[in-house]
Design a protein around this ligand. Sequence first.
Ligand SMILES: [Zn+2]
Length: 273
Amino acid sequence: MDDDTHKAAELIRNAKRALFLTSAGMSADSNIPTFRDKYGYWRNFPPFKEKNLEAQDLASPWAFRNELPHAWAFYEWRRQNADENVPHEGYGTINKWMKDHLEDGFIHTTNTDGYHLRSGCPADRVLEVHGSMWRLQCLDVCSHQYWHEESVPLCKLDRESMKASNYPTCSRCKGIARPHILMFGDMEYTGHSEQEENFRDFIRRGVDLVILIGSSGAVPTNDYTALQLKNNGAKLININPDPSTNDIAQSEIFLTLKSEEALVKLDQVAFDE
Ligand SMILES: [Zn+2]
């Protein structure tokens, strides 16, 4: 057992108010593809390659207006994929620490698979900062409402052509509904004011430990949050299997492990030995 693991376990044992910042690596351990790897993406979706539609193109309000069958197909595929997999043990570990060991904890995630809520974390203890594939909103934003929609399948998906049909609609204006997700070039995502307020309230009361999990720095939202809290005096543990990753948060403790493995191991060292 290396030194950093012991130091991290001790920080967790002594922490009172911990913030968990989870990114793509956390989901990847449950077989959720990240689509940061362009070649993996092309391999999964040959029809998109033919049209030269990259993930960033499809995950956009533009695509929902101009390439609707492909745009909904991309999200329908991801919903079905997330529904076929399950949150790994690391999610339960975070929930257990929040329930049994911390005075209070909070999860700030850039993942949109809804796995923290599916794993049973309290609904008022998570901010899905980029939204969730299990909620929808109106494409034309006829109102700022969003609604829960967990049906799988939701659209009719032709996996051969990667085209969807039978789209969900907005009950208010009867127009097309889209995922309640912050997409690329997206000025129309309606956000989640309750989750945002819960997060601000948690931060206001202070944070003594930040655990940054599975961020490659490619989507640096969590990294900058970590850096800011570290500069305000919080301890920081960074969990990432790639030691060459861009460590924006300049972590004191860097565990080169996958998310699930690290969380399970830290739980054993902190509370079982
Ligand atoms: Zn509408």
